[in-house]
Design a protein around this ligand. Structure first.
Ligand code: ZN
Length: 249
């Protein structure tokens, strides 16, 4: 696995980062990655009209558990929760309304919320500028099965350029998961915080599109049937296989 590279600009001193933190597996891994790497780390989450509050609850659990870890407690700064009700006003997606999760007319799944990551990065950039932070960290990943176009490296690179120009600030957008498979994302968590961090992410992060926390699998809680659960389960199986561990059925 290639070591994700930071992009410090010449003359930069202490670097503070703002992690886009949803409470899912990916952003939980990114927050741990950032806490190992930056002196000061703040988090931002978005209430964008999503159907389930469980993600937002997972954020708080994970933050308080990370805050107990030696070395991370002093680095973990405040959390910010920004409300963007606009997406549920714009249109119906399976993330913001009670619609089936299927392939949509455009070929993208109905869970795609057009413009969501573009808006998230813009608001995160504005918040970072106010807080004096120069690094944004996000769990965008172009190898995801969903194939969201706003998670691709080309989109994120263009957003970084836009933010630098539009904010007149040396913003760097870090996406440590961009080219990883879901199995490799679990391996990165182990690399960053050992088995203890992997266990913590399994138990407390939330991925399931249906917001189901009634069923516990070896990869964590979820309905086990939605595309997000299936992808998390596949990633876990690949990770366990690579680690030479047995995967329970
Ligand atoms: Zn599910």
């Amino acid at each position: 696995m290639a070591e994700p590279t930071s992009s410090p600009l010449p003359g930069e001193k202490t670097v503070g980062a703002l992690v886009l933190f949803s409470g899912g597996q990916d952003s939980a891994t990114c927050l741990a990655w950032a806490l190992n790497r930056y002196d000061h780390v703040e988090t931002v989450g978005f209430a964008y009209g999503q159907r389930h509050a469980v993600e937002l609850e997972a954020r708080q659990r994970l933050r308080s558990l990370y805050g107990e870890k030696p070395g991370w407690a002093d680095r973990l700064g405040p959390d910010h929760l920004l409300s963007i009700p606009t997406f549920s006003e714009i249109g119906e997606t399976a993330m913001t309304a009670d619609l089936p999760i299927t392939a949509g007319e455009t070929g993208l799944p109905t869970t795609f919320v057009p413009g969501r990551n573009l808006a998230f990065l813009t608001f995160a950039g504005a918040l970072a500028a106010k807080q004096g932070l120069t690094v944004l960290v996000g769990g965008m990943c172009e190898t995801d099965n969903a194939g969201y176009p706003d998670c691709r490296a080309a989109t994120i690179d263009a957003m970084q350029t836009t933010l630098r120009l539009g904010l007149a600030a040396p913003i760097a957008v870090e996406t440590p998961l961009m080219h990883l498979t879901k199995g490799q994302t679990w391996a990165l968590a182990k690399q960053v915080g050992g088995e203890a961090l992997v266990d913590l992410i399994v138990e407390h992060s939330h991925t399931c599109y249906r917001g189901d926390r009634s069923q516990r699998h070896d990869w964590g809680y979820g309905c086990g049937e939605c595309p997000a659960c299936e992808e998390r389960a596949r990633g876990w199986a690949a990770y366990c296989q690579d680690a030479g561990q047995e995967v329970s059925a």
